[in-house]
Design a protein around this ligand. Sequence first.
Ligand code: 4AZ
Length: 244
Amino acid sequence: MRGKRLAVLGAVIALVSGGSTADAIVGGTPARVVDTPWVVAITTTDGQLICGGALVAANKVMTAAHCATLKGVLGKNQRPAEQLRVVAGRTDLRTKSDGVEAAVASVWRHPDYQEVTKGDDVAVLTLAQSLPYRTIALGEVGDDGVVLGWGRTAEGTPPAMTLRKVTVPILSDAECALKEPDYRPGAMLCAGRGGRDACTGDSGGPLVVKGRLAGVVSFGRGCARADEPGVYTRLAHYRSVMGF
Ligand code: 4AZ
């Protein structure tokens, strides 16, 4: 009797938590900025979440070009630096007192960036001040990585607003090219499978491989869908142009 009830309860929990499809980080667990102090949020001046990013120098944040882009009717212009804030040291973005909010002095967007599916989705924000947090060095891809962010935990939900992380398998260029028609081997990477993925609001955020920054969240078709890995900018490809 009791066993059967527990089984039913388990099935309901499994359904609600969505093992199959859309489960912000999707399929992840809570994370704390004290453990990964280089992970930052990019917000509007009134505190709305735009994207994630990573502190690569005391006053430099690596993120995605589309995070620093304003979509207008006529085109996609660079978002003015004055409209951006970088929030470091704040696990829960609703807790306005924690951490540091820094103004952005200037934005470098990859000069060839047009739209996410075409790649070159990378930008570096130079902060108006140096931040008192540990930085992360750039690195190469491996078999898997950890992606972190404050974004949605499923397609269509509001962003989590508390930091989360998930380990995602990194697929080969050949596999990514099969799943994503716009895939650019060498300049992108794709990762995620089995209900583990980044989602809206995680864009620009870090993919960490062996403690180094290998990618930034760029785009995907939905979140954590079967056979739709998330696509990331492969930072190793951009080292020389960025001067890192
Ligand atoms: C987005 O909308 C987005 N599943 C980012 C990453 C992924 C999907 C959407 C990857 O910013």
